[in-house]
Design a protein around this ligand. Structure first.
Ligand SMILES: [Zn+2]
Length: 1216
């Protein structure tokens, strides 16, 4: 009757001897005959013999379907006979030694571990415990323990921990028994509760008795002891115990001893084991202190340096550098305060607001040393990409909105219509009747009508054409609406502002392209030399705006600082008070200068950059107001940027956490050397905005820095070594953090020298700089040689946590008290160059104003374009609002009706100043919309576009990264924006509220952003259902009605825009985002298609641009493709237009229905695009109309690979 059971496995002979024996054993068990010890002994001895002599018997026992293991374990459990037990332990040792994890897995699954642990305990209770029994038991446990996830807990509950520990204590000289016991102990220790308990039982001391200086004996014992010790030291209690007993110097001594003696590197694992112990001890603050006190930095630094030539010792160097980085004494940033160096007085400071909090902080709150929590450190040391993503993922899961009421449309609370009615003036097109417009001669119709005080006429004169380009703002003819900052607009009190930018209070009234007046200025370093040199020096001469603020003449108080003039800026016009007379004078001056032939060689980019004009740019700068009252213009903004034609690849990842490769390591070691050899450090401040008159150090030994121009950000530069500089960024104004954006100028470089730059106060825990992103550099020498462009540059780029930190109070109690270093290396190619570095392609507010002027010049009679000023910002800059659509073809009722009833598309951008990519995408959108292509024309006929291209001009102007002048993130203010503190948001939201009130809520709302941690371009949208599914709240989600149309636009984009990735899109509503534009416009305005479009700062990892860093060309293309996608969306959403394409409607409703089904059947599905039909491919513009334009490259290149053949055919059928 046993036989069938024993022979289920194919190929195992039923007459196998071992199976027969097992059968007998089973019978013994069943019949409780084990009392007869002799029989059991005999059978088990025979089985053992067979196993030891015949390999096949092991297979027979362990084969699938065999109950051999059960029989053996049952015998082990039942027998009282020591010899039988030993026989079985021998059998098991034989069986489990080979066969890999599977056999052990079978053993564990049959409860073998518990039986062994039980035997350990009962064995220990014998008056004379059998050493052989303990040896065999521990050998087996050492094998199975690591494979049993619950081993630690089982051992503790069984009471086996102490048995093993006592055994060890009694057998320190018995190496045969010691090894398996240590191996088991090692497994016990990996359980954190066990570790604490073992520590209390003196196991740390026990381990220190075993480990010791270099010796060729018993190295395996040593290795296991070190592993065990390392595991025990993960417990903070144990680490503290080790520090208290002065074990840190001991470990360092042992490490050095092995390092010295293990010359042939045969015991790398032992050395690594010692480092592992140090690594864990230094997770606690006391441990770090003990390490420093014991001269640990120098010891590990020196040993690591000696290890550098031996490749196989990399793991030692890596662990050493990890420990050294961790122990590097924490320090505060080299700044008087981390508060922004500039302060802007707010109209009022809300008591509980961030600014009040910031300025109410006690003095010296920045003073920090190491107050980090021990656990913090452990976590943040593992800054791997995956972990970061995991964190993100978890954070997002925690962050998902679970309150269903916050996901439903906000019903009431809308403002009374009377209050909103004043915004009517921004929507003249909705009531325009064009009665006075001359359609036969549209141009004359436009220009003939003088500006009326309260005109309904929306048509504007293209000022850029009508006026000399240099003075575009002098006599503007266009109508504008202008809400003063903080003011509730009143219809009757709406004098239309006279200029696109209001007359500034203080005028930067002269522009001077100056010449270096030889001799009158002491600039020996740049003395003009003959020939080419002279040309270059002339080329370097700066564009400067000399000017003063209103208080400028009053003797330069604290606010009105006098900035040093960069050395190349010479012979400037003396500062003048604003005023007509001086202005004329200044013009003459400028002309004179020009007449002398000292004109800057401006690259001729007119053909390549139709929207750029250096003179116009300077004009624009004059009316731009910055808190620091900048008076200089940066060359890149003046010359413009022509995107390079070569490809800029994402840098290959140069290091990983597992194996940091030399560049990264070299940098870390250079950092550590500062502590080891402090005398080698120059520590010379070469640029410092905190000092009223920033000293110009021009000794030829240091680089010169400058950031005092629009969008500039660099607070301080310290020369650490001859070619190494530490750079500190400025906080956003009225804040003490949010720094990431940088933009600064460097000059005085030596050609070919290996410069290293470290930005030492980065805040994010990880960065795309670790994943192939490079910084941007603009060389003036290159520019005047005909290559005016930003290029991706820098080598050995890495981003890591450094030793600077701030107090948690200063950080507002938030995490991230440590700062991070972004470092890059750079060699300059040109002598006497002026180079600029930036986080991303700069795009200033003045650039926007210039582009808008140039765009206006593109207006044709077919284009309806209006520029209004939505409001004024806190800093006194105006916030432009654009309206673009197509003129009606005639004044016929039909035409006017169609004109007024076009659906609206509302776009905004650049609420976050550091996300300059958003502006480049917006530029692409605007250029497309103003274009002459048939597609652009169709688009204008399809929609009325309302665009706020820069929601945060002040942040952009002042080089902020995230905030406005109120020190707040404007994209967190949409729920209740303050008209005083957040005027641009307040009035933009009002526009949308007005539209909702007149039943004209936009079809699409999209706010353009940049993303610093992800690749590609993607969208965030809002979906009730997808949010509910993510939270797993048991809402009756299928009853929630939701149109799935919100997915259509991103889906179209994923098929038309090469940089766009559907896989990165998300439609979940997060709690932390409830006050963002996207969520508020969705919920309060009721716009179903409300999006944030995020463009990468780094590059793409899919599609046509896979492996490339993103450039302005790709960003602008994205903006244009967004327009194309809107046209496709129109064809899918407008029944009127689709009268002849009814089947398209069917397709979309098919899609929606399918999605509903898919969704409700698998509510946990987050991203559904894999399941959906790629129906859109066939709904190609070219397929349905004959006017396919050239500038839709992807239309001709459908992504066929995304369609399976059958799908593709189906859709083709459905469309033909
Ligand atoms: Zn953003």
């Amino acid at each position: 009757m046993n036989k069938p059971k024993m022979t289920t496995e194919k190929g195992v002979p039923s007459n196998s001897r071992v199976l027969m024996l097992l059968g007998q054993l089973e019978r013994l068990n069943r019949e409780a005959m084990l009392a007869d010890a002799e029989i059991g002994r005999q059978i088990t001895a025979k089985i053992l013999h067979l196993i030891q002599t015949q390999e096949k018997t092991r297979k027979e026992i362990m084969s699938k379907g065999s109950s051999g293991m059960e029989v053996i374990l049952a015998t082990l459990e039942n027998t009282q006979d020591l010899q039988t037990i030993l026989n079985i332990l021998y059998i098991l040792n034989e069986l489990l030694t080979v066969g890999g994890g599977r056999r052990v897995g079978v053993f564990v699954s049959k409860g073998g571990t518990g039986i062994l642990l039980q035997l350990v305990l009962s064995g220990s209770k014998e008056s004379l415990p059998s050493e052989e029994l303990m040896l065999q038991l521990h050998s087996l446990l050492a094998k199975v323990g690591p494979k049993d996830r619950k081993f630690g807990v089982k051992a503790r509950l069984n009471g086996a921990l102490n048995v093993t520990v006592n055994l060890l204590k009694q057998n320190l000289q018995n190496h045969k028994l010691l090894l398996p016991c240590l191996q088991v102990l090692r497994v016990y220790s990996s359980n954190s509760v066990n570790a604490v308990s073992l520590g209390k039982n003196g196991v740390l001391e026990l381990m220190f008795k075993i480990i010791g200086p270099y010796s060729k004996k018993n190295t395996s014992l040593l290795k296991v002891s070190l592993d065990t010790l390392g595991a025990l030291l993960k417990s903070k209690t144990n680490a503290r115990r080790a520090v208290d007993r002065a074990h840190v110097p001991v470990l360092l001594y042992i490490y050095q001893d092995w390092h010295r003696n293990d010359t042939r590197h045969r015991h790398m694992l032992i050395r690594k084991g010692v480092l592992g112990c140090l690594k864990n001890i230094t997770n606690i603050k006391l441990g770090r202190k003990a390490f420093i006190d014991a001269d640990g930095m120098r010891i590990l630094y020196n040993t690591s340096t000696e290890c550098l030539p031996v490749r196989t010792l990399d793991p030692l160097i890596n662990t050493s550098s990890l420990i050294m980085r961790k122990c590097f004494p924490k320090n505060r940033l080299p700044l008087p305060t981390i508060k922004s160096v500039f302060h802007h007085q707010l109209p009022h400071v809300p008591a509980g607001g961030p600014v009040a909090q910031l300025y109410n902080q006690p003095l010296g709150v920045d003073d920090v040393v190491d107050e980090s929590d021990d656990n913090d450190d452990v976590e943040t040391e593992n800054d791997t990409e995956n972990e970061e993503e995991d964190k993100d993922h978890h954070a997002r899961n925690d962050d998902i909105e679970t309150d269903i009421n916050k996901l439903r449309p906000k019903e009431t609370n809308s403002r009374p219509f009377e209050e909103l009615k004043i915004y009517e003036r921004f929507f003249l097109e909705l009531s325009e009747d064009f009665q006075r417009f001359n359609f036969d001669n549209p141009k004359s119709g436009v220009t003939a009508t003088p500006a009326a005080p309260k005109s309904q006429r929306p048509i504007i004169v293209p000022t850029a054409q009508a006026l000399p380009p240099k003075y575009p703002t002098a006599a503007p003819l266009q109508e504008e609406c202008h809400l003063a900052k903080g003011e509730q607009p009143h219809p009757e009190a709406s004098p239309l502002a006279p200029a696109p930018t209001p007359a500034p209070v203080h005028t930067l009234d002269t522009i001077n392209i100056t010449k270096d007046h030889d001799g009158c200025c002491d600039h020996s370093q740049v003395r003009p030399q003959p020939g080419l040199e002279q040309e270059l020096v002339q080329g370097m001469e700066r564009v400067a705006l000399e000017g003063t603020g209103p208080q400028g003449g009053a003797g330069g108080g604290g606010v009105n600082r006098h900035y040093r003039q960069p050395p190349l800026l010479a012979g400037g016009v003396a500062a003048q008070q604003g005023g007509g007379a001086e202005e004329t004078l200044a013009e003459e001056w400028a002309e004179e200068e020009g007449g002398e032939g000292a004109v800057l060689e401006v690259p001729d980019t007119a053909l390549l950059l139709p929207l750029h004009d250096p003179d116009l740019y300077v004009e624009m700068v004059k009316s731009t107001r910055s808190v620091p009252q900048y008076s200089e213009v940066a060359y890149p903004d003046y010359f413009g940027h022509v995107a390079p034609t070569f490809r800029e690849h994402i840098l290959e990842r140069v290091y990983g956490v597992q194996s940091p490769l030399p560049p990264y390591r070299t940098k870390i070691f250079q950092d550590i050397e500062r502590l080891i050899h402090p005398n080698d450090i120059l520590d010379k401040v070469v640029y410092d905005l905190d000092i009223q008159s920033c000293p110009v150090i021009d000794d030829g030994e240091s680089l010169k820095f400058n950031s005092q121009f629009e969008s500039g950000n660099l607070r301080k530069a310290i020369q650490a070594r001859k070619f190494e500089y530490d750079l500190v960024l400025n906080s956003d104004i009225n804040s003490n953090h949010y720094h990431q954006w940088f933009y600064f100028e460097v000059s005085g470089m030596r050609v070919g020298a290996p410069y290293r730059f470290n930005i030492i106060n980065c805040e994010k825990s990880n960065s795309q700089f670790n994943y192939g992103m490079q910084v941007l550099m603009y060389s003036v020498q290159e520019a005047i040689s005909g290559r005016p462009r930003w290029v991706r540059t820098g080598t050995d780029i890495c981003y890591y946590k450094n030793h600077f930190s701030r107090s948690s109070i200063a950080a507002g109690g938030q995490k991230g008290k440590s700062y991070y270093t972004m470092t890059f290396s750079m060699t300059f190619n040109h002598k006497d160059d002026v180079c600029y570095f930036a986080y991303h392609y700069p795009y200033t507010y003045s650039t926007l104003k210039m582009h808008l002027q140039k765009l206006e010049a593109l207006r044709t009679p077919q284009i309806y374009m209006r520029q209004d000023i939505l409001c004024e910002t806190l800093g006194g800059n105006s916030c432009p609002l654009l309206t673009i659509t197509a003129m009606p073809e005639s004044t016929s009722n039909d035409q006017i009706c169609q004109f007024r009833n076009r659906p609206l598309v509302f776009l905004s951008s650049r609420v976050h100043p550091g996300e300059t990519n958003a502006s480049w995408v917006m530029k692409g959108t605007l250029e497309f919309l103003m274009g002459s292509s048939p597609l652009a024309h169709s688009l204008r006929e399809a929609y009325i576009f309302k665009i706020v291209p820069m929601l945060n001009p002040d942040g952009v102007v002042n080089g902020n990264h995230r905030c406005s002048l109120s020190g707040e993130d404007l994209n967190r203010q949409w729920q209740s924006p303050s008209p005083e503190l957040h005027p641009t948001i307040y009035h933009t939201k009002s526009l949308l509220q007005y539209l909702a009130a007149i039943q004209r809520a936009p079809l699409v709302f999209c706010d353009y952003h940049g993303h610093s941690r992800k690749k590609n371009v993607f969208m965030y949208g809002c979906s009730l259902k997808e949010t509910v599914w993510q939270t797993n709240i048991s809402a009756t989600s299928c009853e929630l009605h939701e149109d799935l149309g919100y997915r259509t636009l991103p889906k179209i984009l994923s098929q038309t825009a090469p940089a766009f990735s559907m896989a990165s899109c998300s439609f979940v509503v997060e709690r932390s985002k409830e006050a963002t534009a996207r969520v508020v416009v969705w919920r309060e305005i009721g716009v179903q298609r409300s999006y944030t479009m995020e463009s990468t700062l780094c590059g793409c990892d899919q599609g046509k641009y896979k492996g490339l860093q993103i450039g302005t060309r790709e960003l602008e293309e994205m903006g244009a493709q967004f327009c194309v996608a809107l046209l496709r969306l129109k064809r899918l959403t407008s029944p009127l237009e689709l009268r002849n394409h009814a089947h398209l409607l069917d397709v979309e409703s098919d899609l929606i229905e399918t999605r509903c089904k898919v969704s409700s059947s698998s509510p946990s599905t987050y991203v559904l695009e894999d399941e959906e039909h790629s129906f859109m491919e066939e709904v190609d513009y070219s397929a349905e109309s004959g006017d396919e334009p050239d500038n839709d490259p992807d239309a001709a290149d459908p992504h066929d690979n995304r369609l399976s053949d059958s799908e593709s055919n189906n859709h083709r059928d459905s469309l033909t």
